[in-house]
Ligand binder design. Structure first.
Ligand code: HMG
Ligand code: MG
Length: 304
């Protein structure tokens, strides 16, 4: 395939968020050993960027309570980045104690979602991130930024692209090296995705943006393809389509990493990830959790 004529990138970086965005929403207890096994399996599959946990309030998200132990136990070969969510300075300090070398802060483009998710307004959340950014800069830690509800909010409905652009710009200007645009409830479509990237891309170079698509409406792969055409080269995904969002009822998991990889492989786009090992990682965690595998590719391979 001639990717030049399609204006597609030759490489894409996949950010695997299954151990965080996926497991945070599972109901049953998951042992530290099982979480560690999942991260190690993903490392073995060739993922170079893995979000392995979060340092948030255990009252709010109990499933992430053992993140320090997870970071202590996972294999961390050179060249692979392991990140954690940190909503405030307390979370950042806990992450540093656990030896985390890259963190992510998360804001929303919707006021109502911001209140439900982190118990403060958008403006307050951005103010809270300032000392996190300062501390990170002092310690040489890179910070990624997320914006939630970029293509719709479970409480407010439609969100204007200009509102997303404004929050994304604030995160970028305060020092986030990359801003991941989160379609938290998966209501986005390819057309809206392109319009969003055009709006956000006026202020932030497109090579500093990432796509984070939940697959609730089955649109995530189409949205990723639309994003690729708009010059986006980083995508978040979750092995076996694990997860959802505890503060967005009905939201299903991120698009399955296996399905994204199958799409990219078909386009001749290099990721460095091994599809068979990724499928094995997804099958193993699904068996442990006793849940159906959300990856269409993994399910198809079982029958092949
Ligand atoms: P709060 O209750 O307003 O916080 O929660 P507070 O500052 O008033 O403190 C209350 C208690 O929490 C205190 O403990 C603090 O010490 C403790 P107490 O004195 O009562 O014993 N606390 C903490 N404990 C551990 N770690 C911390 C921390 N901070 C305070 N970092 C807070 C505010 C932000 C902490 C809370 O709302 C929270 O943790 N929210 C996390 C929500 C979350 O993790 N959501 C899921 C991740 S976001 C997501 O999935 C979207 C994304 O995938 C993109 C997309 O799809 O859109 C990224
Ligand atoms: Mg998410």
């Amino acid at each position: 395939m001639n990717n030049t004529s399609l204006a597609l990138p030759s490489h894409v970086r996949l950010v695997e968020v299954g151990p965080r965005d996926g497991l945070q929403n599972e109901k049953q207890p998951i042992s530290i050993a099982d979480k560690v096994r999942l991260v190690d399996d993903l490392t073995r599959a060739g993922l170079a960027h893995i979000e392995a946990g979060s340092f948030v309030s255990p009252q709010w998200v109990p499933q992430m309570a053992g993140s320090a132990e997870v970071f202590a136990a996972i294999q961390q070969p050179g060249g692979v980045t392991y990140t954690a969510l940190t909503p405030n300075l307390k979370g950042f300090e806990a992450a540093m104690q656990a030896g985390v070398r890259e963190v992510a802060v998360f804001a929303a483009a919707s006021e109502a979602f911001s209140q439900k998710n982190i118990n403060c307004s958008i403006a307050e959340s951005l103010t809270r991130f300032v000392p996190v950014m300062e501390a990170a800069r002092e310690q040489g830690v890179r910070v990624r930024g997320y914006v939630s509800c970029v293509l719709g909010c479970p409480y407010e409905g439609e969100i204007a692209p200009a509102q997303v652009a404004s929050v994304a710009r604030e995160l970028f200007e305060m020092g986030c090296y990359e801003v991941s645009l989160g379609d938290t409830i998966g209501t986005g479509t390819a057309g809206k995705t392109r319009a969003l990237i055009e709006a956000v891309g006026r202020d932030i170079p497109r090579d500093k943006l990432a796509g984070h698509f939940h697959d609730t409406y089955g649109q995530a792969l189409a949205n990723i393809y639309a994003s690729l055409l708009e010059g986006i080269q980083v995508f978040d995904s979750s092995v076996a389509g694990l997860g959802g969002c505890p503060y967005a009822r009905g939201a299903s998991g991120n698009v399955a990493s296996e399905d994204v990889l199958y799409l990219l492989n078909g386009l001749g786009i290099h990721t460095g990830v091994d599809l068979e090992l990724l499928i094995q990682a997804g099958e193993r965690i699904c068996a442990l959790l006793g849940r159906e595998n959300g990856s269409r590719v993994a399910r198809a391979r079982r029958c092949a």
